[in-house]
Design a binder for this molecule. Structure first.
Ligand code: FES
Ligand code: FES
Length: 156
């Protein structure tokens, strides 16, 4: 029987129903809450497309079971990253640098970069590359992605 699970998503309480409490957070976000920023890529924790923030840390929601979360933990998706009606500086920088081709990886790149810049406001290029090394982009937009993160670092 489906159980109701309470979460906090993008600053608001949310309730999802799951037959299995170990269902990945990604499924609840996309299918129950209609939040399609996080993408289903590999489903194995390897590509980063599904990245969200939990209490400010970038995590891979395809391998994070609902049972590991509490209603007190703050989950933020791409939809909730900006504030006050404005895009987050990383989102704006990706637009300004045209750092998107197919876009499939971009949720993960932005969410990972935003969490990274919150801990390192003046990264050099090597720092940025290292931070994003495990986020896969099949289109090869890496150079523009790195430029966007550098641009955002100047604005955060
Ligand atoms: S879909 Fe989660 S890491 Fe690939
Ligand atoms: S822009 Fe297509 S996978 Fe990165």
């Amino acid at each position: 029987m489906a159980q109701a699970i309470s979460l906090n998503v993008n600053g608001k309480p949310a309730s999802v129903h799951a037959d299995d409490p170990d269902m990945p957070l990604l499924y609840a976000l996309r299918n129950d809450l209609g939040l399609h920023g996080p993408r289903f890529g590999c489903g194995l924790g390897q590509c980063g497309a599904c990245t969200v923030h939990v209490d400010g840390r970038a995590v891979r929601s395809c391998v994070l079971p609902l049972s590991a979360l509490s209603a007190e933990q703050r989950i933020v998706t791409l939809e909730g990253l900006g504030s006050g009606g404005r895009l987050h500086p990383v989102q704006q920088a990706f637009i300004d640098e045209q750092a998107v081709q197919c876009g499939y990886c971009i949720n993960g790149m932005i969410m990972k970069a935003a969490a990274f810049l919150a801990t390192n406001r003046q990264p050099n290029e090597a720092d940025i590359k290292e931070a994003l090394a495990n986020n896969l982009c099949r289109c090869g937009t890496h150079a523009r992605i790195v430029r966007a993160v550098k641009r955002a670092a100047g604005a955060t």
